[in-house]
Design a protein around this ligand. Structure first.
Ligand code: S3P
Length: 427
C-alpha cells in the first residue's frame, strides 16, 4: 500500500487533457466484442477498470489489441463469444461486472465472475434479478446478489422493467440482454441516468426507442463494428475543476471533456455556486458532445443539491464535498443514497476522512451537510481502495494548512493513472 503526501500550493495554472471517459471506454470494448467486424477506439482510458473489461472479453475468446489509448477489437458478432475455461476477473469494476452480466445472460454457456473485496460487497441483484426474470440462470451468495457469481445464459425473453434505481449499469445490462431476447425489452428509470449505452448502440447500428425515462429495444439485433473517439472524462476533470475554483490565483483549461448533459451535474453545481467556468469549442463526435472547460479561482456559495441532478453527478460528490468546505455557507447534498453502494460507502468515507482534516461536515441518511468555509488542517487519511476518495483527498491537501498524507493512493490507477503527473504539471 503506497502513501502519498500532498502539500498546499500557491496556484494551479496550465492546460491538460484528462484521460478518456471510463464509461465510454468500457462500452467501446464490450460493444466492439459483440459487433461484427473491427472496432477501433481512440482516446481509450488505460485505467485498471477498463483493462479488466479487455481481459474479461479476451478470456471470452475475442481478439483485442491495446496499446496505451488505442484499442482494436476484432468482433465476430454475438456468436463469437466462447465459454471461458478461466474465471472472469472484473477487479474493482462495477461497470464491467454489471454490463458483462447483461451480455452473458443470452450466451449459451457457463461463466464465473469474480472481483476484488470491494466488488464482493456491491449489490448485484439489481441486475441479476431482472436478468433471471428474462430467463438467465444466475447464482451466487444471497441468491445471486454478490460475487462470485455463476451464470449460464441462453434464450431469454423480453421484459418491461421498472428499475427502482436510476442506474446506467442496470439500464445497460437489461438493454444488452434485450438485444438478443424474444420481443421488445423496455427499461424505465425514476430519473434519467447517463445515456452512453443508448448513444453508442445507435452508432453501432442498433435501433432503439427513447421516451423520456424509458428506453426500448427489439430483440435479434446485430451490431456493426465502428471507430469510437472517446472524450475526456468529466468525472476525472471534476478534480481539477474543483481545484481551480478553490486554489488562489488559478486558471486551468481542460481540453476535450465529454459534456453529455446526463453527466454535467458538476458544471451546473459549479455555476450555481458562483464559479468562474467557461465552456468553449463545443462539438459532437460519435453522438457524444465534448468541449474545453476553463476554470478560474472563484468566490463560492453553498447550495442545496438533490433530486434529478444526483445521477448526473453521483461520481463527483466526493470532490463536491471538498468544494463545499471552501464555499460560504451551507451545502446540503440529499437523495444520494446510492453513494452507499459505490466502491466504498462514500457517505461514510467522505465524511469520516474530511472530519480528520477539520471539515465541518455531517452525514445524513441520504447525503451530507457541509458548513463552509473552513481552513482544512493537515493529517493522515486513506482512500480505502476507492480511487475517487484518494483523488478527492489529494485536492483537499492542496488547500490544507499542513501536509495531508493519503494511504492506499495506488487506487487512483483505477480511473486516472496519470493524475499526479497532471497535478505536477499545473503547480
Ligand atoms: C456507470 C454508472 C454509474 C457510475 C459508475 C459508472 C456506468 O453507476 O456511478 O461510475 O458506466 O454505467 P450506476 O449505474 O450504479 O449508477
Amino acid at each position: 500500500m503506497t502513501k502519498k503526501v500532498v502539500e498546499r500550493v500557491q496556484q494551479l495554472k496550465g492546460t491538460i487533457k484528462v484521460p478518456g471517459d471510463k464509461s465510454i471506454s468500457h462500452r467501446a470494448v464490450m460493444f466492439g466484442a459483440i459487433a461484427n467486424g473491427t472496432t477501433t477506439v481512440e482516446g481509450f482510458l488505460p485505467g485498471e477498470d477498463c483493462l479488466s473489461t479487455i481481459s474479461c472479453f479476451q478470456k471470452l475468446g475475442v481478439k483485442i489489441e491495446q496499446e496505451e489509448e488505442s484499442v482494436t477489437v476484432h468482433g465476430k458478432g454475438w456468436e463469437g463469444l466462447r465459454e471461458s475455461s478461466e474465471i472472469l476477473d472484473v477487479g474493482n469494476s462495477g461497470t464491467t461486472t454489471r454490463l458483462m452480466l447483461g451480455i452473458l445472460a443470452t450466451r449459451p454457456f457457463h461463466s464465473i465472475v469474480i472481483g476484488d473485496a470491494s466488488i464482493a460487497k456491491r449489490p448485484m441483484a439489481r441486475v441479476t434479478a431482472p436478468l433471471k426474470q428474462m430467463g438467465a440462470q444466475i447464482d451466487g451468495r444471497n441468491e445471486g446478489d454478490f460475487t462470485p457469481l455463476a451464470i449460464r445464459g441462453g434464450q431469454t425473453k423480453a421484459i418491461n422493467y421498472m428499475s427502482p434505481v436510476a442506474s446506467a449499469q442496470v439500464k445497460s445490462a437489461i438493454l444488452l440482454a434485450g438485444l438478443q431476447s424474444e420481443g421488445v425489452t423496455t427499461v424505465t428509470e425514476p430519473h434519467k441516468s447517463r445515456d452512453h449505452t443508448e448513444r453508442m448502440l445507435k452508432a453501432f447500428g442498433v435501433e432503439l426507442e427513447e421516451n423520456e425515462l424509458s428506453v426500448s429495444v427489439r430483440g435479434g439485433q446485430a451490431l456493426q463494428g465502428q471507430h469510437v473517439v472517446v472524450p475526456g472524462d468529466i468525472s476525472s476533470a471534476a478534480f481539477f475543476l474543483v481545484a481551480g475554483a478553490i486554489i488562489p490565483n488559478s486558471e486551468i483549461k481542460l481540453m476535450n471533456v465529454g459534456v453529455n448533459t446526463t453527466r454535467t451535474g458538476i458544471i451546473d453545481v459549479l455555476l450555481q455556486m458562483g464559479a468562474e467556468l467557461e465552456i468553449t469549442n463545443e462539438k459532437i463526435i460519435n453522438e457524444e458532445r465534448m468541449a474545453d472547460l476553463t476554470i478560474r479561482t472563484s468566490k463560492l456559495n453553498g447550495i442545496e443539491i438533490g433530486g434529478e441532478i444526483i445521477p448526473r453527478l453521483i461520481d463527483e460528490i466526493p470532490v463536491i464535498a471538498i468544494l463545499a468546505t471552501q464555499a460560504n455557507g451551507t451545502t446540503i447534498i440529499k437523495d444520494a443514497q446510492e453513494l452507499k453502494v459505490k466502491e466504498t460507502n462514500r457517505i461514510d468515507t467522505v465524511v469520516n476522512q474530511l472530519k480528520l482534516l477539520g471539515a465541518n461536515i455531517e452525514a445524513t441518511e441520504d447525503g451530507m451537510i457541509i458548513h463552509g468555509p473552513t481552513l482544512l488542517s493537515g493529517g493522515k487519511v486513506a482512500s480505502f481502495g476507492d480511487h475517487r476518495i484518494g483523488m478527492s483527498m489529494a485536492i483537499a491537501g492542496l488547500v490544507a494548512n499542513q501536509p495531508v498524507e493519503i494511504d492506499e493512493i495506488e487506487a487512483v490507477d483505477v480511473s486516472y493513472p496519470n493524475f499526479f503527473q497532471h497535478l505536477e504539471e499545473l503547480i
